[in-house]
Design a protein around this ligand. Structure first.
Ligand code: FMN
Length: 427
């Protein structure tokens, strides 16, 4: 993903920090790096540039509307473009919307500090048992066409899902591409409802199916294809690797986490309760952010070691509500960051706050572009055994520094200056 060299970056506490700086190859594409420059806060007062180009798609910022209610029809997608989102991924479509039957209620929320059923406290978790789009495909396609007519320079991505049938996938790709969308996201990850029809997570949890379906899709699709991964699997890198090997340009992670939101302690029925019954749903929002970071870190490491020579992209998703949340995904190697529940809670204007906060973070570290810090934190993950080794070594060194040289016989002459230094009091 990136090779490291060192540059000096002034940290928030105004001290000069030795900080790894990227010499980016962008999985093969060379681009200008600032390696060799010593970057000081007093220099390079350039305003941070949030724009990104991912798989050839240019976006004004890395903030992408994640597939779901915020991309469900023309009006809301238009709103997203008007507010300044970098790209919009529409609600997942399939060939026959008449097979998609939703229920109400279909959401349940978890609040911080609240006891069972409490209406107080900040919302930190969100469960849905919503299916993919129940609007006719023809209607959705007309709206995609209209949006691309009005916003030709903005990125519109169709999320698609079909049954285990090559012909169906091919027909869907043909029709969706004809509407003028810029890319496709394959929903291999919806955890409820669709697996019963061998769709969504039923594909994403079965590497053989991922390979076969990606093979069909990539033999057909002309626009870039991202495969959206389910976290409901032991090793998320396995389907991600297969998706990239079979020709997908990118992977996106994560979709929602399979969950049971709670049991109503009065009625003794599970939530959300539909005619007295429920079904496990998908968990999202702030509570899933650390899990999403973990999965994105796993995928990023795999991509760095196996796909560094290719122009493959990674889209981080899960619990983003601040520019800092987004920065974390990018620091792990994500090219873009998707937001779904955050938009449902805070509205489309959230992108302005996200952009300002991400710019503040970049100013603090003197980063002028997203590529300046993409993947920078990834090399700092290691094994627990290595942590133990590093800590032992560090303690040994700290002890040695504190003690200075044990006796006159320890002077070597080679490290004479350092040895002298170690004898000086640190006060
Ligand atoms: C109500 C709701 C509906 C969703 N519908 C879809 C969908 O149709 N297709 C899809 O790929 N993901 C869908 N998702 C998943 C989101 O795109 C996203 O992957 C997940 O919610 C985690 O991100 P978040 O915490 O920003 O919401 C849905 C999420 C929610 C909350």
């Amino acid at each position: 993903m990136a090779s490291l060299s060192s540059a000096h970056v002034r940290g928030g506490n105004s001290s000069l920090l030795e900080f790894p700086k990227l010499r980016r190859s962008n999985y093969g594409r060379t681009s200008v790096s600032r390696v060799g420059f010593r970057v000081f806060a007093s220099q390079a007062k350039q305003e941070p540039d949030l724009s990104v180009t991912v798989n050839g798609l240019h976006m004004p910022n890395p903030f992408v509307i994640g597939s779901g209610p915020p991309g469900t029809n023309y009006t809301v997608m238009k709103r997203a473009f008007d507010e300044g989102w970098g790209a919009v991924i529409a609600k997942t479509v399939s060939l026959d919307a008449s097979k998609v039957v939703n229920v109400t209620p279909r959401y349940a929320r978890l609040r911080a500090g609240g006891t069972n059923g409490s209406a107080k406290g900040e919302i930190i978790g969100w469960q849905n048992i919503e299916l993919i789009s129940d609007r006719p495909l023809e209607t959705m396609l007309k709206e995609f066409k209209q949006l691309k007519k009005e916003y030709p320079d903005r990125i519109l991505i169709a999320s698609i899902m079909e049954e285990y049938d090559r012909g169906a996938w091919e027909e869907l790709i043909d029709r969706v591409e004809e509407s003028g969308v810029d890319a496709l996201e394959l929903n291999f990850s919806c955890p409820h409802g669709m697996p019963e029809r061998r769709m969504g997570a039923a594909v994403g949890q079965d590497c053989a199916l991922v390979e076969e379906v990606c093979g069909w899709v990539n033999a057909k699709a002309i626009v870039p294809v991202w495969a959206k991964m389910t976290p409901n699997i032991t090793d998320i890198t396995q389907p991600a690797r297969i998706a990239l090997r079979t020709g997908c340009e990118g992977v996106a992670a994560i979709n929602t986490i399979m969950s049971v939101m709670g049991i109503n302690l009065t009625s003794l029925r599970p939530e959300p309760c539909v005619e007295g019954y429920s079904t496990p749903g998908g968990y999202s929002c702030k509570a899933v952010h650390p899990i999403a970071l973990g999965k994105v870190m796993n995928i990023a490491q795999m991509m760095k070691s196996e796909f560094a020579d290719k122009d493959c992209s990674l889209s981080g998703i899960g619990g983003v509500e601040t520019g800092g949340d987004a920065a974390e995904f990018i620091l792990l190697g994500a090219n873009t960051v998707q937001v779904c529940t955050g938009v449902m809670m805070h509205g489309y204007g959230l992108v302005k706050k996200l952009s300002e906060e991400l710019k503040d973070f970049m100013r603090k570290h003197n980063f002028t572009s997203i590529e300046d810090f993409r993947g920078v934190s990834l090399p700092y993950f290691t094994t627990h055994t290595d942590l133990v080794h590093r800590q032992r070594e560090a303690i040994k060194q700290r002890k040695a520094i504190r003690l200075g040289l044990q006796s006159d016989k320890d002077w070597t002459g080679d490290g004479f200056v350092e040895e002298t230094e170690s004898m000086v009091s640190n006060q």
